[in-house]
Design a protein around this ligand. Structure first.
Ligand code: SAH
Length: 408
């Protein structure tokens, strides 16, 4: 196996179980005598050693600033049954969290570094798991991973692979980035239109074939449940609604009206399907395809206000260099929303940009409140749910944060 030797002292973060080796920390790469190439192949397993020669772990080699993502510490080869053990450990936690229930078959089974599997995401929707690789190493391990999931999670019968948006675009890799890894349907599903998954008793159509990410945003489950608690009798705006997760919980919580807004018409079609499925007699829901900023400006022009607004925008900053603009974006959209809240109303506001930390986000929302000049109190500070755990040695895994504000 190829050996990566670190510069002196560069082993410290690995000894603290941080799973990334940066390219700048590497002193040299030693290839086996009969290795056929002059550099490691992207995605292959490599051994990492300290300058002293001590074994630090094994991981996937990657081209870029993160050169190795460690899968197992303190060993020079992957233990036998590695994938099975890790997937089983992840499943055990989801069961302990009581996420695997008759009225809840939607959960994240593997959350990358948070489950000690850097570069791997697995979401479970009823009898189908959607696997997403963020590293070439995970791409090459996909069949072993699929096998391990099938053998571990009794409900899962089909495994779909969806890594077209997540693997490095330029990488030359063998094998498809998208498609079924395992299917036990008589004929493979080519159309996810009739596929339903249940979250806390609410049914969602999951479009893993064409949808964003793996098809659904599981990470807002707990925060949606909180919206349900506040929704009774309220006029609700669910901005950036995508499949309408927050809208369904608000309706179940007894909202008087719910308006769902998203710029994507496909998302709006999905919301309508989901509302019709769960609340066939509902006449108090409306879904609108519109830009968030324009929609809120139009509400202001018409003097139309809401009791409860949810703002769950896409990541405004995908990279560190975009942070400033992102913060401006958060301030602008939050100011517009705060303006449209009736006295005594509530704003649920979120950021899923990993690059924007919770202090920076809070400052942006503070600036928005100050700009509008309303009296605002923080009722809750929200974050990602338990099935998106944060490895304590890898604080970079924290990404979702939210505030619930009471606006006088
Ligand atoms: N709240 C959703 C997830 C939101 S994802 C849930 O609980 O599932 C972000 C959504 O914002 C996407 O559906 C995207 O289509 C939408 N979006 C992106 N830019 C937008 C804009 N300018 N105006 C309105 N919606 C936008």
């Amino acid at each position: 196996m190829t050996t990566v030797v670190l510069k002196p002292k560069k082993e410290e973060s690995l000894l603290r179980q941080h799973p990334w080796v940066f390219s700048g920390a590497i002193a040299r790469v030693a290839l086996d005598k009969d290795y056929p190439y002059d550099a490691p192949r992207e995605g292959e397993l490599v051994q990492v050693r300290a300058a002293s020669g001590d074994v630090l772990g094994v991981g996937h080699w990657q081209v870029g600033s993160i050169a190795v993502r460690i899968l197992a510490f303190g060993v020079d080869a992957l233990p036998k049954d590695f994938w099975r053990e890790r997937i089983a450990a992840a499943y055990l936690v989801r069961r302990m969290l009581q996420l695997v229930r008759e009225d809840n078959d939607t959960y994240r089974l593997v959350h990358g570094e948070g489950d000690f599997l850097p570069g791997l995401i697995v979401d479970v929707y009823a009898d189908t798991a959607v696997v997403q690789a963020h590293s070439i190493g995970m791409h090459y391990a996909r069949h072993e991973i699929a096998e391990a999931i099938l053998n571990t999670v009794p409900a899962v019968r089909n495994i779909y692979y969806k890594s077209d948006d997540t693997l490095p675009f330029k990488a030359q890799i063998d094998g498809d980035r998208i498609g079924w890894l395992i299917t036990n349907h008589q004929s493979p599903i080519t159309n996810s239109d009739e596929f339903w998954s249940t979250e806390n008793g609410l049914q969602f159509r999951i479009d893993w074939l064409r949808g964003q990410k793996t098809g659904f945003f599981i990470d807002q489950r707990e925060n949606r449940a909180l919206v349900e608690r506040y929704a009774k009798g309220k006029d609700v705006l669910n901005m950036f609604c995508y499949t309408g997760g927050f809208s369904l919980y608000a309706l179940r919580g007894g909202a008087r009206r719910v308006d769902s807004v998203d710029v994507s018409q496909k998302a709006i079609d999905l919301v309508n399907v989901n509302v019709a499925r769960n609340f066939p007699d509902c006449t108090c829901h409306k879904a609108v395809a519109a830009d968030a900023f324009e929609y809120l400006d139009a509400q202001r022009a018409e003097n139309h206000t809401y009791d409860l607004i949810i703002l769950d925008p896409p990541a405004f900053a995908k990279h560190r260099d975009a942070i400033k603009n992102a913060l401006r974006g958060y301030q602008r959209i939050n100011a517009k929303a705060i303006r449209q809240i009736r006295p005594g109303g509530i704003l649920f506001t979120f950021s899923c940009s990993q690059a924007v930390d919770k202090e920076a986000f809070r400052l942006a929302v503070f600036s928005a409140a100050a700009q509008v000049g309303r009296r605002v109190r923080i009722l809750h500070q929200l974050h990602q749910p338990q099935d998106h755990p944060i490895n304590i040695y890898h604080p970079e895994g924290e990404y979702l944060k939210g505030l619930v504000l009471y606006v006088e």
